[in-house]
Design a protein around this ligand. Sequence first.
Ligand code: PRX
Length: 657
Amino acid sequence: MSADHEIENLLHEDRHFAPDSEFARQAIAQPALYQQAQADRLSFWANQAKELHWHKPFTQVLDWTNPPFARWFHDGEINISYNCLDRHVEAGNGDRVALYFEGEPGDSREVTYAELTRQVKKAANVLTELGVKAGDRVAIYMPMIPEAIVAMQAVARIGAVHSVIFGGFSAESLSTRIEDAQAKLVITADGGYRKGKASALKPAVDEALSGGKCASVKNVLVVKRTNQDVAWVEGRDIDWSLALGEASDEHVAQPFHAEHPLFILYTSGTTGKPKGILHTTGGYLTQAAYTHKNVFDLHAEQDVYWCTADIGWITGHSYVAYGPLANGASQVIYEGTPETPDWGRWWSIVQKYGVSILYTAPTAIRSFMKMGSQFPNQYNLSTIRVLGSVGEPINPEAWMWYRKVIGGGHAPIVDTWWQTETGAIMISPLPGITTLKPGSAQLPLPGIELKILDDDGNVLGNGHAGLLTITEPWPSMLRGIWGDPERFQDTYWSKFDGIYFAGDGAKFDEDGDLWLLGRVDDVMNVSGHRLSTAEIESALVSHPFVAEAAVVGAKDETTGQAVVAFVILRQSQLESVGSDADVSKILRDHVTKEIGPIARPRTIMVVGELPKTRSGKIMRRLLRDVAEDRPVGDVTTLADTSVMDIISGKIAGGASD
Ligand code: PRX
């Protein structure tokens, strides 16, 4: 791991922050939670599951007779939407605000639990009328508006399976994901507001479905958010508000088996093809609700919770669309970008709604830090009492800034480690219990068993870096990769038999606190978003200019990592565009079109050769040295050891945005 020396510095972090005694006294999570889980892990999880409403109670907690295919609470029956909505209304909390929606232009809407339930019932009736049945797939491609939550909840309510595709993905990515899941319906919007203007979404859907692609799609349900002009395919496209306007608001939630599929969420792996991670119902909701309540210390009657993640990512599923609603929380959702109209926007939202729990990513924190404390300092942030971090390691400097400037110097920070695959938080301090250490995710949550192993499967003790593995099944674990059980087995369960390998390096320090050391595979983490080197390489070589490409994630001060591409060009093709063509821009635009703006390389370096081993494998480690401007490491395994001199010497050909 190239960042090892920095990690060593981090591991000498000796600042500790003990919990405040008053906070500890009132905290939801009490130390007994660890003891209960230790004493009997399965009955601990059964107790968490019993916090939910079961139409038919389960009798077996876990069936692990056919690993890695787990079944949790499998003979129980449940409806996830009933748990997130109806039961709060029936308990007399219908007037509680479920969503405080803040649009980027400044429009806002409060949606109570009663109103959200009514909307979801109407949407469920619309979906049923369109012929969507339990088990059918529905693609959702939407901005962060209340209708996005309504759509997810309505799909889940009728037992259909949603596949949310982040609005930043291109038409091409959208189309591959719709095809892979064979979605019957797409729910989208004309557009949403970003960076001060209306940005379109519907044209990408039209393009994704054009030319006979995605023939499984029968209808497109369109929310009109921006009222911009959009093309309309008669018979296929349906106006969301007209359809909901006519629909009945009576809908009785039917029970489904606990293992009924809930959603597919595509994420990048080590190959060019994204994986459709499959989650199911009962176990997923159990762990999403349990972690949301305990990790964030949610007191539903008083707190205003805000998770800044988009519904296109797993964090937006577990900690916006499901966990908070299952717990009856009042939450903020914000449509736009943090810098619109200026870098004070988030803090004005915190002040406006009295946000008490804020959950965001280190990239955002580092950006705010760079812009300066004068923005948050203009607002009253005194309501904040818990802060969360997710998606990438948080460096101690950003941690300290977050606590001091946003958390008033006292709010506990929960650094939460988890993955699309784990479905919910796995490693995190518990506020009010854990003595915090900046930069460390600290401890597995009660109910989670993990070990750090070396390559041969030996357990490593404190102070030794190795591979992070989860040794016992957990309720919100992925149940498979859509349509590819073999890949599921190979990717996660084959390195160590019956043990889940997460793809991350980690280490326990001398106190037994856990530090995440980044990915050990060819997956990058850019602004907390997962990208695959192979996927970007295949986008690059699909351009006629490119003969070969190698992509690495290079360290970046703000985004954690940045995409750096090394390309060998086809000279013959280049002649057609003339010598003054901006090849870098052309290739960056091409990646944006193929995958989406999140994958756009920061830097393209044109080289004559790529460093390869004798067996032809590209040595990314050496390219990372070049990209991070370090002396190039050991080259002895290269087929041609002079290649790195040539590359380092020729880097003048590089270009950045
Ligand atoms: O490398 C880890 C990093 O993000 C990866 C999972 O990415 P994704 O499935 O997109 O989910 C992100 C949101 C849960 C992990 O394999 N990661 C996530 N959280 C942390 C982290 N790395 C360090 N510290 C974290 N708190």
